[in-house]
Design a protein around this ligand. Structure first.
Ligand code: PLP
Length: 462
């Protein structure tokens, strides 16, 4: 038996080996991500302006690009212990199936009821809201993972939770909705007539089935018009990336235990939180010149922010009520084609990852959904886990890279993020299984329409 085979199928950390701080990769970036801007003044958003939207501690985290480590409060660590550490799995069965010399590892974040990594930030955001003495939080959810995670966190802490759920998901995923309600959340299909911005969007686009950007506008309005409420967001923001660094810190600690060094780290990218969290500690080493890694972001060809978007300031939401963020974007009005079933449908990308990508520290690839579901099926059959369509984007590229190793004979070590399970995505799997799934790649004209909505001001030309 080779040295290699001594690595177990699953590497778990002991409780006392779990990280006690989150890592803020911005501290090690020479080119800091661009600040959020007040859309009215085009000046960086101040703490005072931000605290009407987010709770105070989260504003501090959002604005802090120099502190490298933030201690994880005891209460959050206690909650983490209910479902963490998450396993780092050596995909021996997949390697054998592919007959590749590559060594494949994945960090599995689907071992909790919400079924994804989103719980890592949900509990943190709910905790700080509770600590500030707030009554509750509002948010949006697309596919439903974030809303579910937040509902769980709020139930645990005794906070009210109001979720605006993208209407097509609300209708297509009744079980997700009911999980959230079981945890006590109030779920409203978006756009709705409960907010001014919702009514405005319904008037302008009657019959729309909604979008994430639109649900964000409604949730922000709901937070800022109710006493004792703040808004929380499950991705994109730098605070979310900070909380998700727990994924990378655990993965790195587990790999260090066995002397494993990944050559490449792959993750799916919607708003960038799981990928950012997974790569953060490794990226920190790269930024400090201590080690080198390849980082690969995988996005859907139908919502290609990194690979076909522009790096400019844009609105984070359709209703244009949120601050402006500098990011790779397709325009806040961009909505993926209706046949898109693979998730990751947000028009923009984390400002941290955007800056790292612009500076050449990261690569990005886009993949078509039928190939993603094919990879999901192959993975499920050998590794046992039924992956979320989002996660399967990373699986697809991990398999592609492993097959390249088969051609070249290189024994590369691949680490990818398996962000969640796909039990609530069976309508999409059904389409794939029936051979009814199609691909649609937006044309340049389609993209130009979305990009036309990018705000125009000096220095922000496309
Ligand atoms: C939300 C989600 C994603 C994408 O969000 P990121 O912020 O890009 O990580 C990926 N996988 C799963 C399972 C999700 O729920």
């Amino acid at each position: 038996m080779s040295e290699e085979k001594k690595i177990p199928y699953k590497i778990y950390l002991e409780e006392n080996e779990m990280p006690d701080s989150w890592y803020n990769v911005r501290a090690d970036m020479k080119n800091k991500p661009a600040p959020l801007l007040n859309p009215g003044t085009l000046k960086p958003l101040t703490f005072e302006e931000m605290r009407g939207i987010f709770c105070d501690e989260l504003c501090r985290q959002e604005l802090d690009d120099t502190t490298a480590y933030f201690e994880i409060p005891e209460e959050i660590r206690k909650f983490y212990k209910m479902y963490r550490p998450s396993p780092l799995v050596r995909a021996y069965c997949l390697e054998e199936k592919l007959q590749t010399p590559a060594k494949i590892y994945y960090k599995f974040e689907g071992n909790n009821t919400s079924g994804s990594h989103k719980l890592n930030s949900a509990i943190a955001q709910a905790y700080y809201a509770k600590k500030q003495g707030l009554k509750g939080v509002t948010t949006e959810t697309g596919a439903g993972q974030w809303g579910t995670a937040l509902s769980m966190a709020c139930a645990y802490l005794g906070l009210d939770c109001q979720v605006y759920m993208v209407k097509c998901s609300y209708e297509q995923k009744p079980f997700r909705r009911e999980v959230m309600r079981t945890y006590g959340a109030n779920v409203t299909p978006s756009p709705s007539n409960t907010t001014e911005v919702g009514r405005r969007i319904l008037e302008e686009f009657p019959g729309t089935t909604g979008s994430l950007g639109c649900a964000i506008s409604e949730a922000v309005e709901a937070a800022t018009t109710q006493e004792g409420y703040r808004y929380v967001l499950g991705s994109v923001l730098t605070q979310v990336l900070l909380h998700q660094s727990v994924i990378g810190l655990e993965a790195k600690a587990a790999m260090d235990k066995y002397g494993i060094k990944p050559d490449m780290i792959i993750g799916c990218a919607g708003g960038g939180s799981n990928l950012g969290g997974l790569i953060s500690p490794f990226m920190g080493e790269k930024l400090r010149g201590e080690a080198d890694y390849r980082f690969i972001a995988v996005e859907p060809a139908s919502c290609p922010s990194f690979t076909r978007g522009k790096y400019v300031y844009d609105f984070c939401d359709t209703g244009k009520v949120c601050p402006l963020a500098k990011m790779y974007t397709l325009g806040s009005g961009f909505i993926p084609a209706p046949n898109h079933a693979g998730g990751l449908r947000y028009h923009g990308m984390s400002s941290v990852l955007s800056q790292l990508y612009a500076d050449g520290y990261m690569e990005a690839v886009s993949v078509e959904q039928t190939s993603v579901f094919k990879a999901a099926e192959e993975f499920a059959r050998v590794e046992g886990i039924l992956p979320a369509p989002e996660s399967s984007h990373a699986i697809k590229v991990a398999i592609d890279e492993a097959l390249k190793c088969k051609e070249t004979g290189e024994e590369k070590t691949i680490l990818f993020g398996l962000t969640g399970t796909g039990y609530f995505d069976m309508v999409a799997y059904e389409r794939y299984n029936n051979g009814e799934m199609t691909d649609y790649i937006p044309t340049d004209e389609d993209l130009a329409k979305g990009l036309a909505g990018v705000p125009k001001f000096p220095g922000n030309e496309i």
